[in-house]
Design a protein around this ligand. Sequence first.
Ligand code: CTP
Ligand code: MG
Length: 295
Amino acid sequence: MTRIEGSRDKEGAGQGVVTRRLDPIHGPSVLAAPEFLLDKESLDLLTAPVAAIRGKLSHNPHTAAVILAGGTGERFGRIGGKQTLELQGKPVLTWSAEAFDAVSDVGLIVIVAPEERMDEYCREAIDGFPFVTPVLMAPAGVLRQESSFSGISRVPSTYEFIAIHDAARPLVTPELIGHTLSAVRGNLDADGAVVGYPAIDTLKIVSDEGIIGTPDRSAFWVAQTPQAFRSDVLREAHATALAEGFVGTDDSSLVERIGGRVLLVQGPRNNIKITVPEDRLAIEAGLGMWLQERV
Ligand code: CTP
Ligand code: MG
C-alpha cells in the first residue's frame, strides 16, 4: 500500500522553532468553543504539550529518510507495540518523523511498518500532524535489515542520500540529523556517517569461563541512528549482504563490509532507543526537557 501525505508549499516558512500552545482558560478560540469541547478529554487534549518543530522542505531536496517502525516491540511488551505509545503528548513514531520533517533537505519520508498496521500507524501517528514532507509507507520484513531494504527500495534514485532512523529513538533532533547529513555531504570521500558516542564504561570480553580480556576502551563507540549514506553505496551494500546471506545489526555494518568509509558523528547520549519498559521514563524526561527548552 502506498500513501503520500503533505505538500510542498511551506518552503521558507521561517527558521525558528514554532510552539503551539492552547490555553483552555485564556485562549479566545477555546472560550468561544461550544461547551462540549471542554469535557475532561478535550481539556487533556488542549493542554497536552504540543510544541512542534515546523516542517521544512527545500525546492531541491537531496535526502530521503527511511524510518524503521516495523518491529513488534517484544521486549517492550505493550499490546499494540511501542510505535504508537504516546510520550509527552505524541506517539513515539510521530516524534521521530517530525524531526526529519523539520530538515529541509529531507524531501521524502518512508515509514516502514508491519503491512497489517500501516493504516493504523498512518491514522495515529501521521495523519493528525502537520507534515510538509511527503510520507510514504513501506512493508516491514521479519529482520530489521529486511525492513531497511524495503524502505530503501521505495526511495527514488533521484535522492543522493538516504538517512536511516530507528523510529524507537524519538529524542532525535533536526540538528542531529542535519549534522549527520553535513558530515557525509561535506566529506567527498565518505560514504556515510553514523551517530554515536564514545564508550564510557569499561568493556570486558567474556566467555563461558568468565572475563577473558579488557580491551582499550578508547577505540570503542556506541553506534545509534540516524545513519546517513550515499544512496548508491547503501543500495550496493544491501544487495551484497542479501546475495551473501550476511545479516548485520545496523546499516553501517553492511557498508563497512563492502569497503565503504563511514564517519562517526558524536551525538548526545540521550538519543536512546525505547526497548524495555524502563526506557520509557528516561525518554519521557528527555522529551519533557526538550519541550521546556523550546517553549
Ligand atoms: N524494526 C523494523 N523491522 C524489524 C525489526 C525492527 O523496522 N523487522 C525497527 C523497530 O521498529 C525499531 C528499530 O527497528 O524502531 C530498532 O529495533 P528494536 O528496538 O529491536 O525494536 P523491535 O524489533 O520492535 O523490538 P524487539 O526487538 O524488542 O521486538
Ligand atoms: Mg528488534
